[in-house]
Ligand binder design. Structure first.
Ligand code: GDP
Ligand code: IMO
Ligand code: MG
Length: 447
């Protein structure tokens, strides 16, 4: 009888955004790859934008990744795209070409699940046409990459998946059915142009050839990697408050972004997820529509929100939109901690708060005359929340690039300690700049 139990000699870490995305997951995944052998994406698609800054001065390289796991910039790390990811093959191939032009070896280290649903041009067309039809206050503010419609097809059991690409006749037939459906919706309901079937088929067949050498059974690969003692990082995209079930629905993305999804979206047992590291900005940002209780003005010169926007360079990587900014929201973090089972917190972008005289922490809300200390479920109730703030003193010294806890100003230490108390999760890492080394380790997740 086959023995299918694997002794896990490594310690795998799930890296999760605990807010509305862009918490700095990419930087931390890259930093942790020093001690890991593989990085796995398990949900989302090229709506993700993970920026990695490697090196200093003239030798500095900035990588912007959408689909390729952040392990790719470090030599020898294996990268895996699990079945939970929706795959725009054309975008992936372009991203690989850009990285290879930058001198990175990608194709031999990247493995893609045959089970990934494909994002097709009709998904992008539907995504854009729907957003165009929505009134301003109802716009989700999607990235326009076809993510929602592609996940809808998956759940409706009509998606074309990566393995379909290798059976041209079957692919052509399934594609016809799917495109007839979407073209009907585009032309009869969304007042938009149809998408050309022949062009999509030709393009997909080209992608098939280029993708084929990278397609592999990801469950089996990860099982094998674990058996040889590799440590794996599961790289979350988006953030907990954008989760399709637990986020501020309907102002969310279309996948589960929480730690448990690492199991379903990579095809591994939940017992392979040993440590959940929640990535959290020292403040809060959100890009796109939807409620944001601790939101600040980001236009007035000298205002704290404007400082977060400008110093934090809060522009979306994917859509270049200005990110909305606000105070740290502990009531939202408590929900995140609960849903993800956070083992530890990593606070990023502490340096962006340097010089803010008084810092507010949202510790709860007033909702319908009651006081609550946990973010409600769904956008309607969150919309009605009025933040309750606790004020702590800021600091005037710079924290940019500080590498030790003792090197932080006392008030920055107090701020972090207070965040830890109000969230109920230990802070194990603090990030003080975009570069790898600009990091304070309090307790290493691999220790
Ligand atoms: P992700 O989507 O969670 O990977 O985050 P993004 O990459 O979209 O956004 C985070 C941005 O902040 C990137 O441009 C990072 O280079 C940058 N960043 C990450 N950590 C820090 C930090 O501690 N301080 C500063 N100033 N920038 C940081
Ligand atoms: P990373 O991985 C921030 C947001 C969009 C929009 C909503 C739905 O870089 O943290 P979608 O295109 O997914 O249907 O859009 O989700 N969104 C993100 N916001 N960071 C992201 O990824 C995001 N991916 C999607 O702005 O509000
Ligand atoms: Mg991002």
């Amino acid at each position: 009888m086959a023995n299918n139990t694997v002794k896990n000699t490594g310690k795998n870490v799930v890296i999760i955004g605990t807010q509305w995305g862009d918490e700095g997951k990419g930087k931390i995944v890259d930093w942790l790859t020093d001690d890991a052998q593989g990085v796995v994406r398990f949900q989302g698609g090229h709506n993700a934008g993970h920026t990695l800054v490697v090196g200093q001065g003239d030798d500095q390289h900035v990588y912007k990744l959408n689909l390729v796991p952040s392990g790719i910039v470090r030599e020898g790390i294996n990268c895996y795209i699990g079945n939970g990811v929706v795959l725009d093959a054309g975008h992936l191939l372009k991203e690989i070409a850009t990285l290879e032009n930058d001198g990175l070896e990608v194709k031999s280290r990247l493995k893609i699940s045959p089970g990934c649903p494909l994002i097709l041009d009709c998904h992008v067309a539907v995504d854009l046409a729907r957003e165009a039809k929505r009134s301003n206050e109802k716009k989700i503010g999607t990235t326009g990459k076809g993510i929602g419609p592609a996940y809808e097809d998956k759940v409706a059991r009509r998606a074309l998946r990566v393995y379909d690409l290798f059976y041209p006749e079957r692919f052509a037939g399934k594609l016809k059915e799917v495109m007839d459906y979407h073209n009907f919706v585009l032309t009869n309901y969304l007042d938009a142009e149809p998408v050309d079937y022949d062009a999509q088929l030709a393009k997909s067949m080209q992608h098939a050839e280029a993708l084929k050498p990278m397609v592999a059974d990801i469950s089996a690969e990860l099982y094998g990697a674990t058996a040889r003692g590799d440590r794996l990082l599961f790289e979350g995209a988006q953030g907990t408050l954008l989760d399709i079930d637990h986020g501020t629905y309907p102002y969310v993305t279309s996948s589960n972004c929480i730690a448990g999804q690492a199991s379903a979206g990579a095809g591994v047992g939940a017992n392979m997820l040993h440590y959940v590291l929640g990535i959290t900005k020292a403040y809060t940002t959100r890009v796109g529509g939807g409620p944001f209780p601790s939101e600040l003005d980001i236009e007035t010169e000298g205002a704290p929100g404007t400082q977060m926007s400008v110093v934090g360079q809060e522009f979306g990587t994917v859509t270049k939109r200005k990110r909305r900014c606000g105070w740290f929201d502990a009531a939202a973090l408590r929900r995140s901690a609960m849903i993800n089972g956070l083992t530890g917190l990593c606070i990023t972008k502490l340096d962006v708060m340097d010089g803010i005289k008084e810092i507010n922490i949202c510790v709860g809300y007033k909702l319908d005359g009651k006081t609550i200390d946990l973010l409600p479920v769904g956008a309607d109730d969150v919309e009605g929340c009025e933040s309750i703030y606790e004020t702590v003193p800021g600091w005037t010294e710079t924290t940019f690039g500080v590498k030790t806890w003792d090197g932080l100003p006392k008030n920055a230490q107090h701020y972090l300690k207070r965040l830890e108390e109000v969230c109920g999760v230990p802070i194990v890492i603090v990030s003080t700049g975009p570069e790898r080394d600009e990091t304070i380790v309090i307790e290493h997740p691999f220790s």
